[in-house]
Write a protein that binds this ligand. Sequence first.
Ligand code: COA
Length: 195
Amino acid sequence: MPYDLKATLQGLPDFPRLEGPRVRLRGPRDQDTDALFAVFSDPRVMRYWSRSAMATPSEAAALIVEIGERFEQRETINWVVADLQDDAVIGTCTLYQFSPRHRRGEIGYTLRSDLWGRGLAREAVALAVDWAFDVLALHRVEADVDPRNEPSRRLLQALGFRSEGVARERFFVEDQPTDSEWFGLLAADWRKRNA
Ligand SMILES: CC(C)(COP(=O)(O)OP(=O)(O)OC[C@H]1O[C@@H](n2cnc3c(N)ncnc32)[C@H](O)[C@@H]1OP(=O)(O)O)[C@@H](O)C(=O)NCCC(=O)NCCS
């Protein structure tokens, strides 16, 4: 029988919880509203994002509800990234656009801008990717990045993702047509790097 990603997702008992040396990936709670708002209301974080910066904390509260619903449907796994010490939310890391037929998914991430440059996002994304290959048995994880988003490109390349080409003007960011660079990482690449 072919591998059934849908069944694996359905079989997840709870929101997965992953821990590295400095960060924890977990499901969001109502108390995370203000910390999530701090991430998504920051124009530096939202510069290359396809939706605009949040204007009020109620949008962060709505996001928490949406994350819960999407997980219930096993459609998206949108972790919050928390500081391992005090559990305060400092970012997000999301697996989405699952394709059971092709055993692939897409990854996205954010980190509070005052914490950039310390490798915290890289740690979070590595935990999610490792889990996606190990537990979900994905064959491929992909990411689509604005080619001007140098920190994001560097993060992906540092983890072994390869740039696979640029789709021209694939998104409107605010009102600007924007290119989209595809990055891909195969399970075999990941295993080889981490053997
Ligand atoms: C993309 C984003 C998450 C990257 O965050 P970041 O903290 O700058 O990225 P990293 O985790 O890769 O850390 C970057 C630097 O920390 C350094 N670093 C310090 N300590 C480190 C450690 N222990 N381990 C790894 N790197 C470490 C690295 O050298 C790295 O610098 P380099 O890229 O010059 O090699 C962040 O810029 C962001 O939130 N951007 C806005 C949202 C966004 O665009 N998301 C992506 C959409 S596709």
